[in-house]
Design a protein around this ligand. Structure first.
Ligand code: AMP
Length: 210
């Protein structure tokens, strides 16, 4: 069974890695950010909080995740991308009595993250992520998804100001999770540089090669 948590700073490539891992191992991708972005289309208050880079309250988040995890498709394994985001959420998740087999921590330098976030664009249809400022990550046609041909969009919170809040929030709230899970002994730290090296490192762990 592969029940996975992915912990990483904003723009570290959680979404991209989650998609690749889910495809390879046939797991369900649960991105709390994606779920909230969908909800924020009809909820102005939520949209505003997200745009500023603030966290949504723990009870709302835990209810949302616990309901999602009860669905049948999660029985064969899942990746939690974006949850838990703080110690309280981790404790609430542990109260759900769901076995988590792997916790991956993607470690990326702050300067690299800042560069990535400013040019990040993604496909609202298939979730593919590109970067309009980094040569090797550009789509083949400007603003069009290579995979499904949809128009690419920029996340409202992908700007320098919001990044600052999100990064500070990450250091203050999410980073302490590393020690929390290290003490539970199933934490795997990956020094995340490029997409494929990171993916291969994760696969080695999931294949039991490390
Ligand atoms: P992400 O796509 O994971 O970067 O999340 C985007 C935004 O959604 C965050 O900046 C928060 O505003 C909100 N969010 C996502 N997951 C959580 C969570 N577990 N707890 C609180 N807020 C969250």
């Amino acid at each position: 069974m592969k029940n996975i948590i992915l912990i990483a700073p904003p723009a570290a490539g959680k979404g991209t890695q989650s998609k690749m891992i889910c495809e390879k191992y046939n797991l369900v991708h649960i991105s709390t950010g994606d779920i909230l972005r969908e909800k924020s289309k009809t909820n102005v208050e939520l949209a505003d909080l997200m745009k500023k880079g603030c966290l949504i309250d723990d009870n709302t988040m835990t209810k949302l995740v616990s309901e999602r995890l009860k669905e049948d498709d999660c029985k064969n394994g899942f990746i939690l991308d974006g949850f838990p985001r703080n110690i309280n959420q981790a404790q609430l998740l542990s109260d759900m009595n769901i076995n988590i087999n792997y916790v991956f921590y993607l470690n990326v330098d702050e300067e690299i993250l800042k560069k990535r976030i400013v040019g990040r664009i993604s496909c609202p249809n298939c979730g593919s992520v590109y970067n309009e400022q980094i040569d090797e990550s550009m789509p083949q046609k400007t603003n069009i998804c290579d995979k499904c041909g949809n128009n690419l969009i920029k996340r409202e919170d992908d700007n320098e100001e919001s990044f600052k809040t999100r990064y500070e929030t990450y250091i203050l709230n999410t980073f302490p999770l590393i020690d929390f899970y290290r003490n539970n002994s199933n934490l795997y730290e990956i020094n995340s540089t490029d997409k494929m090296t990171t993916f291969n490192e994760i696969c080695k762990v999931l294949n039991g090669e490390i």
